[in-house]
Write a protein that binds this ligand. Structure first.
Ligand code: BTN
Length: 326
């Protein structure tokens, strides 16, 4: 089956969910025969969709499985560039790897790489990222910003603002940001962002923005070492979420905040980041590669560094650290 036709058909059914769309209308919009439509409907049913068919009335979408195949996301997407090319696989070692490969095959800015499961998900500082099948969002977005290499940390902070907005918009949950880009709910991590870039001299060649979000993971199913520090959207709210809808929202908010960054610079992003930050004004320990540093988190420097006010009253920038509340 042509995947374009299936995308279009699904988009039409989703747009009219719980309403009947006539076979005549569908074949007019898709430019194919009634028999072809019937075959497409049959394929969608096999993929888990419940579609009621009634003589004269047409077809009505009654239930959508929680799938993240490209057509699911595209049917909900209103971006101009982000997510227009989607590379989906059921299982992969890491979507970061998929994205780096994608660049070698000619992928362009806004291309999205995602999987239902990662077998070797990567976190910051060489850590592993727990990515069990079908319960979360494991995705990597390709960016090609024309900015100097030294500004790259700002992209990670920009991304945390975009993703926070998307979660708040879709779930209403009180997500906050722990510097630089851990998304927390009630002190537990629900989402992490990993930025990897390739560049030379002072020029960024491309950036892969990796986003890992625990969506429908039951609290009890986290491994023991994560149980006290990780959470999921479902564990916090007591309901489940359609991942395709969240992904579309993330792409929309990311595109918006990225365009803002490219046109107006970091300042508006810095303000938004600070409004979502969870530890400002509090005593923290910054575990830097040079050792621990204690102080009060004061805000974000224009470079993206965390501003820490030490016991001597001096404000110093912290560029790389794990931050913990004292
Ligand atoms: C962190 O340590 O907080 C960052 C976690 C980033 C995880 C995401 S999941 C999608 C992408 N693929 C990976 O292997 N890692 C990132």
């Amino acid at each position: 089956m042509g995947s374009e036709i299936r995308e279009h058909l699904l988009a039409l059914l989703i747009e009219h969910a719980d309403q009947f769309v006539s076979g005549e209308e569908i074949s007019r919009q898709l430019g194919c025969t009634r028999t072809a439509i019937w075959k497409h409907i049959d394929e969608l049913r096999k993929a888990g969709y419940e579609i009621e068919a009634r003589p004269k009335a047409g077809y009505c979408l009654r239930y959508q499985p929680d799938r993240i195949a490209p057509e699911e996301i595209k049917a909900l997407l209103s971006t101009r560039r982000f997510g227009h090319a989607i590379h989906y696989v059921e299982s992969v070692d890491s979507t970061q790897w998929l994205a780096h490969q994608g660049v070698r095959s000619g992928a362009k800015e806004g291309a999205l790489f995602l999987a239902d499961e990662q077998t070797q998900g990567r976190g910051r500082m060489g850590r592993k990222w727990h990515s069990p099948p079908r319960s979360g969002i494991w995705m990597s977005l390709l960016l090609q910003p024309q900015i100097p290499l030294n500004l790259a940390p700002q992209l990670t902070l920009m991304a945390s603002v975009g993703v926070t907005r998307a979660i708040r918009r879709e779930t209403g949950l009180p997500v906050t940001i722990k510097w630089p880009n851990d998304l927390l709910i009630d002190g537990k991590k629900v989402c992490g962002i990993l930025t990897e870039l390739r560049g030379e001299q002072d020029q960024i060649h491309y950036v892969v923005l990796g986003i890992g979000m625990n969506v429908n993971t039951p609290a009890a199913s986290f491994p023991e070492d994560l149980k006290t520090i990780a959470t999921s959207l479902a564990a916090e709210s007591g309901r489940t979420y359609r991942r395709a809808k969240l992904i579309a929202a993330i792409l929309e908010e990311l595109e918006h905040v990225y365009d803002l960054y490219l046109t107006e610079g970091f300042e508006p992003i810095r303000h938004s980041w600070e409004s979502f930050a969870c530890m400002l004004g509090q005593s923290v320990t910054a575990h830097t590669p040079q050792g621990p540093r204690q102080g009060i988190a004061r805000g974000l420097h224009a470079s993206g560094a965390l501003l820490l006010e030490t016991d001597e009253g001096v404000v110093v920038p912290v560029y790389s650290a794990d931050i913990r509340q004292v």
